[in-house]
Structures are given as C-alpha cells and as structure tokens.
Design a protein around this ligand. Structure first.
Ligand code: C2E
Ligand code: MG
Ligand code: MG
Ligand code: MG
Length: 285
C-alpha cells in the first residue's frame, strides 16, 4: 500500500494493520503444525425440521484452539488455509472426523431416525482431484450411508462453474450424497442456472433471516423468500434457512414453506454430546 502512494513519499505504517498482518502471517505458518498437533476441533449445530421441530442432523463447523490466541473461528483461518492449500488435508480431516461422529450418533440413536451430517467444502477442495476418492474412502471405512452426508458448497464457488468443476459433485450426488448450495442469495448466480447444478438443497443465507428480525418483517424480504422457496421446490430442492434467532422468525419461515432451519434459536454450535442430548430429548419428549 505504501508503494501505491508513489514517488518519494512514504506513508507511516499503520500499527494495527501491521499487527493484523503479523498475526495473519503467524497464523498461516502455524497452520500445518496445528493440524499435526490436533489443535482443530469441530462444533456441531443442529439442523431442525421446521414442520415438527425435530433434530435431523447437524452442520460441522471447525475451530482452532490456538495455544496463544485461544479459540479461533473459521473466518480467521479458513481463508488462510485456502490460500496455502492446507485446506485440502484440513478439510479431509473435518470430513473424516464428522463422518465418524455421525456414525456414533447413529449407533446411539437407532430409534431417533438417522441423523445427517453437513460438511462445508471450500473451492480448493472442489478442484482437488482426490475429492471423490477421499470421500468414497471415508464413507466406506466408516460405514455411513452416503445419503446421511451433505456437502455444502457456497454459491460463489459455483458461479460460472464449468463441467469439469461440476463433474466430481455430480459423481458424489449420483452416489447419494446430498449437495447443498450454501449462503444462497449472497452471490449473483442466475436462478435459471440452478437447473444445471448437481444440488438438492438450498441454504438460504442469514441475511434473509436478518431482514425478518424487525416486526413486522419487511414485506419485500418476505416476498423474496417466498419466491425463492417456490422456485426451489419446483426444482425439487429442499430449503434450509440459516441464522434463525427467534421463534417468530422460525414460525414465519415455516409458513413461507422452508423445510429445515438452523440458528441460535435452536442451539449454538456445540460439542458432539450436546447434539446427542438435543436429538434424544427430541425423540423422547
Ligand atoms: P456457514 O457454512 O454459512 O456456517 C454458518 C455460520 O453461521 C457459522 O459460523 C455459525 O456459527 C453461524 N450461525 C449459526 N446460527 C447463527 C445465528 O442464529 N446467528 C448468527 N449470527 N450466526 C449463526 P462459523 O462457525 O463462524 O463459520 C463461518 C463459516 O466458516 C461457515 O459459514 C463456513 O463457510 C466456514 N466453515 C466452517 N467450518 C468449515 C470447514 O470445516 N471447512 C470449510 N471449508 N469452511 C468452514
Ligand atoms: Mg455451511
Ligand atoms: Mg451457510
Ligand atoms: Mg452463511
């Protein structure tokens, strides 16, 4: 940035930006050893059926217990891991660990109906040639049926996707793995384009739910959600909503025809046993 000031003029360094850069650099270089040392862990946030309020599964959300900085959220380090390529082994670990966890829930929950597991995939994982074989391998070794796994890909990762990029997703989809379009509504994808994508779940971004925070909800927001839901359903896509924070939102989203919800109203992301308890309470209560 100093360079772009041009000529012989120098800008004073911004100490805060420096601190951020050092931290970023420090975090980036610490990532590989962190993976070796097992500093990452996964929290699970329930996915709740809006019709009957039952817990149907969970989304796996990775965290880093950094020895100096404490717990770091994925927004702090996923972009760095994506940049260096470490996201490939890290993402593989997240997949393996959360699939293993899903098997534990299923064993403990025979009567509660199969609990599903959603795992986020980053763009670099999508283009990695091992994606399909690693996933098949992890599923086979764990014994989890492919239909219990949902891979979440952001809308922006698939914008302008060509057939080469879609091929591995299509393979996984043909095996029975669900593919969700994450953060839907934040990108600029052509709605008609949805037909081309091997996707069977739309995850409506939190920004839509936020628009419903005020009472009465913004009628334009409601119309948009209603339109997206009816388009999604006409294309045989299920709709999950993110960021549900109040009962009023949940009720409104249910009325608008959304299928599944996720958010603080139900539960914050938490340890695996917490999901087990929630699913169990739900099955017996
Ligand atoms: P995402 O996949 O859209 O995940 C939902 C995010 O919304 C999570 O943030 C979750 O904690 C947060 N959230 C859930 N309910 C509420 C709510 O009611 N209100 C509010 N304000 N927030 C809510 P988190 O855990 O910080 O994750 C951020 C993003 O990091 C995720 O967004 C996902 O894109 C990425 N991410 C997380 N884990 C992984 C991973 O294992 N691999 C990859 N590639 N990305 C990951
Ligand atoms: Mg997600
Ligand atoms: Mg999301
Ligand atoms: Mg989101």
């Amino acid at each position: 940035r100093a360079k772009s000031a041009g000529g012989n003029r120098y800008e004073l360094a911004d100490p805060e930006a420096d601190a951020r850069a050092i931290t970023r650099h420090g975090l980036t270089t610490a990532l590989p050893a962190a993976l070796d040392r097992g500093e990452f862990f996964i929290e699970y946030q329930p996915l709740v059926h809006l019709g009957d309020g039952s817990v149907r599964g969970a989304e796996a959300l990775v965290r880093w217990l950094h020895p100096q900085h404490g717990v770091l959220g994925p927004d702090r380090f996923i972009p760095l891991a994506e940049h260096t390529g470490l996201i490939v082994p890290l993402g593989r670990w997240v997949l393996e660990e959360s699939v293993r966890q899903a098997c534990v829930w299923q064993d403990r929950h025979e009567d509660a109906g199969p609990l599903r597991i959603n795992v986020n995939l980053s763009p670099k994982q999508l283009t990695h040639p091992g994606l399909v074989s690693d996933t098949v391998d992890i599923l086979e070794r764990s014994g989890l049926e492919p239909g219990a796994l949902c891979l979440e890909v952001t809308e922006s990762a698939l914008i302008g996707a060509d057939d080469d990029l879609l091929k591995p997703l299509r393979r996984l989809s043909e095996m029975g793995v669900d593919i969700a379009l994450d953060d839907f509504g934040t990108g600029y994808s052509n709605l008609a384009n949805l037909r081309r994508l091997p996707v069977n779940v739309l995850k409506l971004d939190r920004s839509f739910t936020q628009g419903m925070q005020q009472f009465p909800a913004d009628p334009v927001d409601l119309k948009i959600v209603e339109g997206i839901v009816s388009l999604a359903h006409s294309l045989d896509l299920a709709v999950t909503v993110e960021g549900v924070e109040t009962g009023a939102q949940a009720e409104q989203l249910r009325e608008l025809g959304c299928d599944t919800a996720q958010g603080w109203y139900y539960a914050r992301p938490g340890p695996p046993d917490r999901l087990h308890e929630l699913a169990l309470a739900d099955a017996t209560g």
